[in-house]
Each structure stands twice: as structure tokens, then as C-alpha cells.
Write a protein that binds this ligand. Sequence first.
Ligand SMILES: [Zn+2]
Ligand SMILES: [Zn+2]
Length: 231
Amino acid sequence: MKIFKLLKDILAPKKCYSCKKEWHFLCNDCRYRVAEYESSCFICKEESDDYKIHKNCKNDWVYYDKMLIKYHYDWYYISKMIKDAKYYQKKDILEDFWKEMGELLEQHCMNLEKSILMPVPMYFLRRWKRWYNQSEVLAKAISQELKIPCYNNILYRKYNTRQQSKLSKKDRMKNLKNCFAIRSKHIDILDKKQIILVDDVVSTASTLNEISKLLKSQGVEKIVCVCIASN
Ligand SMILES: [Zn+2]
Ligand SMILES: [Zn+2]
């Protein structure tokens, strides 16, 4: 596999989306110019250590405990890279991102040894049509990098919901109501574990929150979300 990858890199080298230099989709020079997402509370956007959601901001409707985000989505090349990776079969692009997501977790997520990774599931027909679920690709790669287990068969989507990005915040919540479920034969795996939910882009976090709500109803205590970008 490594030889195949090397050959591919030589025959069709990656090119920086921004400056067109070879070998990376986003070269180090350009990477430094991208606005990174500061450690803040996802709800109020104010400063917060390790991306923790403030206690006061949680109320009784936020179920995740941290939201780790690497980049601002409005930087043109970041959004273009993510869209290409998601909709245009350019899965390789994700490689530039999972390494950074792994680093983000190492720096801001305690108890990694007691954690398990879970990608946000895609409805099976949609996954079949697209060949892969980008969140699953990211979660599996982070799992290898950090040596923590990844389970992509515990959570699943019961219905094919409308695409969240096309809906208002209220409709997003309605759209997702009871759409996720847990396969009960795997439920023991969740016991005393911290769950790390992996997704590509987060906007209102309705999806991550709906999954977190379900996991917490099963006794999960801590939920950390990690995403490439947010607007
Ligand atoms: Zn560049
Ligand atoms: Zn807050």
C-alpha cells in the first residue's frame, strides 16, 4: 500500500489549493495564513480553556462537552477542499486534515486512553451512492494515528433526512428528531468511555447535539466533538 501511495504521489503529485506548489493540498506556507479557530466555547464564542462549553451556556439543551475545531470555514480554500473531499470523490484531501484533528485532540482532550472514536453516520443508501462517508474516513485515520479504537457500527441513521445545510435552525432540529439509533448489541462498548464524535464541518451543531443526547441517555458521561471547520 505504501509503494502504491508513493507511486501515486510521484505520478500525480498533490498541489496546494492556494499557491499550486506541489506535494501538499495545503502547503505549510499557505497553512500559516489560514485563520485557525481559537479555543472558545461553541455556544457563546467567548474564550474557554480546551474548547469547553461553559456550564452556563449548556442550559438543558446542549449535550456535548467540548467542540474542537481547527479552521474557519469561510476561508475560500478550506471550504473548497472540504467540498471536493465530500462531493467530488477526492478522498485524499482528508489526509491533510486528519493529522491536524489528531493533534487537536492530543492537545485539548484529556483521557484519550479511555476514549473511543465515532464518526457521524451517513444513511446507508447515501453512503453507498457516494462510496464513502468522509467522517468515517477521518475517524478511522485518527484512530490509527492516536491508537484509540474507532467504532462505526454502533450508531446509525434510521432515515434519510434532508440535507441539514439547506434548512433553518428550527427545521434542522425537527429534521433530525429521533433519526439516530444505537445498535443494542454493541451497547456495552460505551460503558465508562469518553466518546469522541468526528465530523467534517459543523455549523449549528444540531446533528452532533442530537447524537450526544442519544449517547447521554445511554449513560455516556463525556462527549468531545472534533471537526475540521466551522463558520
Ligand atoms: Zn501553498
Ligand atoms: Zn459559553
